[in-house]
Design a protein around this ligand. Structure first.
Ligand SMILES: [Zn+2]
Length: 230
């Protein structure tokens, strides 16, 4: 059971917009007021919260469309750093104090990550993650080299469960050490220090994500969110 429900409105007051894996995506539409966006999830409110008209019987100024989300599937993000909460997912479970887990994707978006159980390859739990693409212009050569290096590197004894240490030798160490090992990212200053990396690569994404999560949670409680356009 999700801990969010449309507690303010009965189930039948919503129309199913779409089902399946995109259920969590935020939709936006304008019904009667071009200065107010109405945000919702996969079920759009049947009654417009602004004019109280039935949205199935009246025309919307802008029909529902999906808002771009900062959370994507690792599979869609090759050559990237991927981040998600250690436990659960960003939308439902993440709190400011939550621990985060970090990994790297290969050319096919398969995630390599390190934790107390050692290296994981291709874990399926990376469906809602923050991603930062490391290499933009990929040549066939880079592609092969990256995948080979990532394979080689993850097989090193450094990444056995026995070597894991929550503070000193963790998922983040795996990522930063791979940057050194691969030497492919020498031109990126952020790849040389943890502090720089967080500032340059992760913070811009995490701010956007926090706003998106806050919006998602408000909608999940109420069923919709009216957002005035300034
Ligand atoms: Zn309306």
């Amino acid at each position: 059971m999700s801990r969010f429900s449309h507690s303010h409105l009965p189930r039948e007051t919503f129309l199913d917009f779409e089902s399946g894996e995109d259920k969590e995506a935020i939709r936006c539409f304008q019904h009667c007021d071009k200065k107010t966006n109405i945000l919702c999830l996969s079920q759009i409110p049947r009654i417009c919260p602004l004019c109280r008209q039935d949205v199935t019987k009246t025309e919307s100024l802008i029909p529902p469309f999906r808002l771009p989300s900062p959370l994507t599937k690792a599979k869609q993000n090759p050559f990237s750093v991927v981040v998600k909460p250690t436990i659960g997912n960003f939308l439902k479970d993440y709190q400011n104090s939550s621990n985060l887990h970090i990994g790297l994707t290969n050319s096919k978006g398969i995630v390599y990550d390190f934790d107390e159980h050692g290296i994981h390859v291709g874990s399926s739990s990376w469906n809602l993650c923050v991603t930062a693409t490391l290499i933009q212009n990929i040549t066939q050569q880079t592609l092969n080299v990256w995948d080979n290096l990532l394979n080689q590197f993850s097989q090193q004894v450094d990444w056995s469960p026995q070597r894991y240490d929550e503070e000193q030798h963790n998922c983040f160490t795996f990522v930063m050490e791979f940057f050194k090992f691969s030497q492919l990212l020498e031109a990126i200053p952020a790849a040389t220090s943890k502090k720089e990396f967080i500032k340059e690569f992760l913070l811009p994404y995490t701010q956007k994500t926090k706003m998106y999560i806050a919006m998602y949670r408000q909608i999940a409680v109420k069923g919709y969110l009216c957002q005035p356009i300034h």
